[in-house]
Design a binder for this molecule. Structure first.
Ligand code: PEP
Length: 251
């Protein structure tokens, strides 16, 4: 049985005071939620302040990216060790905004994933197709490629540290959501692919989140799918009421 996992991706939003107010609000609204794993993935510079605010809560902290080296001459980058030092448990890797705006490749994403796992972070590997790829019926091919390349060299023992987030790029921040059926189709395809790569029993334990304009109004419908194990939430995670309503729906 996979425990649902809801993560908020704040992207490049909030200031220090807003970040603290947002998590304080979540702690107040949610108390000790036991039936859902919850995380907030926060801009690097607010991690410490948010960690302090979350210290007596079971909401976990995550970052939105990590570099693949431990330390050294890599101006502007943040290492796994630094994220652990700032109390992170999770890290998003390969978000579509990093793939398509910053230009991250599957090879780079794979390196980051290896480093995150060996450094003790739990990565959320994002995959998903562009609108034109869906329209050209290439969704399965694109997502399969991203998963195979992203997870290259990750063995069956390590894969259990990974959450996969299926995020159709055309649904991110656009207000367009994949229908529950579209989400389930791709999630089932991903699970079957993970089964081929790691064996069925292992694939059954891997959590697959959906992301793309998830909000309180579509949470129940999305989460009713057998292969949708959670949500990666952008815009709605910036509002205490919305994000906590989604978590309560799942709980
Ligand atoms: C995301 O940033 O991963 C995301 C899904 O954003 P939104 O919920 O705003 O579409």
């Amino acid at each position: 049985m996979r425990k649902p996992f809801i993560a908020g991706n704040w992207k490049m939003n909030t200031n220090n005071a807003e970040a603290v107010a947002l998590v304080s609000g979540l702690v107040e609204q949610l108390g000790e939620i036991a039936t859902v794993d919850v995380a907030v993935c926060v801009p690097f510079v607010y991690l410490r302040a948010v960690a302090d605010t979350l210290s007596s809560s079971n909401i976990a902290l995550g970052a939105q990216d990590v570099f693949y080296e431990d330390n050294g001459a890599f101006t502007g980058e943040i290492s796994c060790r630094m994220l652990k030092d700032a109390c992170c448990t999770y890290v998003i890797i390969g978000h579509s905004e990093r793939r398509h705006i910053i230009g991250e490749t599957d090879e780079l994403i794979n390196r980051k994933l290896h480093t995150a796992i060996s450094g003790g972070l739990l990565p959320i590997l994002c995959v998903g197709e562009l609108l034109e790829q869906r329209q050209a019926d290439e969704t399965n091919e694109i997502v399969t490629g991203q998963i195979k390349k992203g997870l290259e060299g990750i063995d069956a023992e390590k894969i259990l540290a990974v959450t996969v987030a299926y995020e159709p790029v055309w649904a991110i921040g656009t207000g367009l959501t994949a229908t529950a059926r579209q989400a389930q189709e791709v999630h089932a395809m991903i699970r079957s692919l993970l089964g081929e790569m790691y064996g069925r029993d292992t694939a059954e334990q891997i959590r697959i989140q959906y992301g793309g304009s998830a909000k309180p109004a579509n949470t129940a419908e999305l989460m009713a799918n057998p292969d949708v194990d959670g949500l990666l939430v952008g815009g709605a995670s910036l509002k205490v009421e919305d994000f906590s309503a989604m978590i309560r729906t799942v709980a």
